[in-house]
Design a protein around this ligand. Structure first.
Ligand SMILES: C[S+](C)CC[C@H](N)C(=O)O
Ligand SMILES: N[C@@H](CCS)C(=O)O
Ligand SMILES: [Zn+2]
Length: 341
């Protein structure tokens, strides 16, 4: 037990129990849109598709549910009121697009459940066929994501950006997503301590009443990308009453094991990991540098050691696909698999 941890909410432990002990998170969302032909070379990145191709957004969500995901993340990673306004949308339209990101994910879940009959259910609960639990997590990408220059991989916002700047930037968006029908908020790809603090204070100040997870990214396996201590960042997440999981995303698979061990030093909350493929991103060209990543088989072969290290929620981030998630789901549901030793 980590001393000083706040009272744990039963939300995530109940959900993990329903899922059979471990939950499967979806995979790369924006990069999956791209694989289906979307052009994301735009300041809105994946959020552009909320306007141009909501049907594709829904399809990608559904593909991930079909692959076995227990949690799908909305298309709101780079959907910000400020970003939409810069493209000429009104505040009302921007807020509507944020809400729409959650609606589309809920529609995908409804389609899946609508198709799920007694004979076609792929999930067992206490020996009987049942609907697989699926949660919709409203994605909140960082201020660096809004900057659209890859700053979420440096965490360097300069001295002009204060705690207040970040809280004011995220406040309305978080309020809207918290009241959108999403099951929880996913603060993801958090690159520095300041932004973690801003989120934690916002949850308190705005009395956000749905759960949230905090997920950081790292490029050395020791600190978060800004160089801030993962221990300090994860401690901030641990202190949040609404925070139901803490972890790491959009980070190369080879760094994940050590990071899980670090996160577990400062929190008893469930640990979530959804690494990227290990490839690097060229923010100027908005393209991935290929051939630096790991294959699906190699990615999935890590799952056993990540589980042993103490993670409970497993998925993928940029450049992982429904195939990656299908393989994770299979490995986790086959507890006797050698790769889970
Ligand atoms: C996680 S990165 C690949 C997201 C994209 C970035 N914010 C951009 O707009 O280029
Ligand atoms: N949920 C986002 C995270 C980007 S780092 C996505 O998968 O596109
Ligand atoms: Zn990512």
């Amino acid at each position: 037990m980590v001393s000083g941890s706040v009272q744990q909410s039963p939300f995530m432990s109940d959900f993990l129990h329903k899922c059979g002990g471990y939950a499967v998170v979806d995979g790369g969302f924006a990069t999956e849109l791209e694989r289906h032909g979307a052009d994301l070379n735009d300041p809105l990145w994946s959020a552009k598709c909320l306007v141009t191709s909501p049907h594709l957004v829904r399809k990608v969500h559904l593909d991930y549910i079909d692959a076995g995901a227990n949690i799908i993340l909305t298309a709101s990673y780079q959907a910000t009121i400020q970003g939409f306004e810069a493209k000429g949308y009104s505040t009302e339209e921007a807020e509507g697009l944020l809400r729409r990101s959650v609606e589309i994910a809920c529609e995908a879940r409804d389609i899946y459940y609508g198709r799920c009959t007694k004979d076609s259910c792929d999930f067992m609960d206490n020996g009987s066929a049942s609907r697989r639990p699926v949660l919709v997590a409203a994605s909140v990408g960082s201020y660096g994501a809004y900057l659209a220059d890859g700053s979420e991989y440096s965490g360097d916002y300069g001295d002009a950006v204060s705690l207040k700047t970040l809280k004011d930037f995220h406040r309305r968006r978080v309020q809207i997503l918290a009241n959108s029908g999403a099951d929880l908020i996913a603060f993801e790809t958090i690159p520095n301590k300041l932004e973690a603090k801003a989120y934690a204070e916002l949850l308190e100040e705005e009395e956000i009443n749905i759960p949230a997870w905090f997920s950081f990214n790292s490029k050395d396996g020791i600190n978060v990308v800004s160089g801030d201590s993962i221990l300090e960042c994860a401690s901030i997440a641990d202190s949040g009453k609404q925070v139901v999981a803490v972890g790491i995303n959009c980070t190369a698979p080879r760094f994940i094991h050590g990071l899980i061990l670090s996160v577990r030093k400062v929190t008893d909350k469930p640990v979530i990991i959804y690494p990227n493929s290990g490839e690097t991103y060229d923010a100027d060209r908005k393209e991935w540098v290929q051939s630096t990543g790991v294959r699906d088989e190699d990615f999935v072969s890590y799952i056993g050691q990540w589980r042993t290290a103490g993670a409970s929620l497993f998925g993928g981030c940029c450049r992982t696909t429904p195939n990656t998630i299908r393989a994770i789901s299979r490995v986790l549901s086959n507890k006797s698999s050698p790769s889970l030793s």
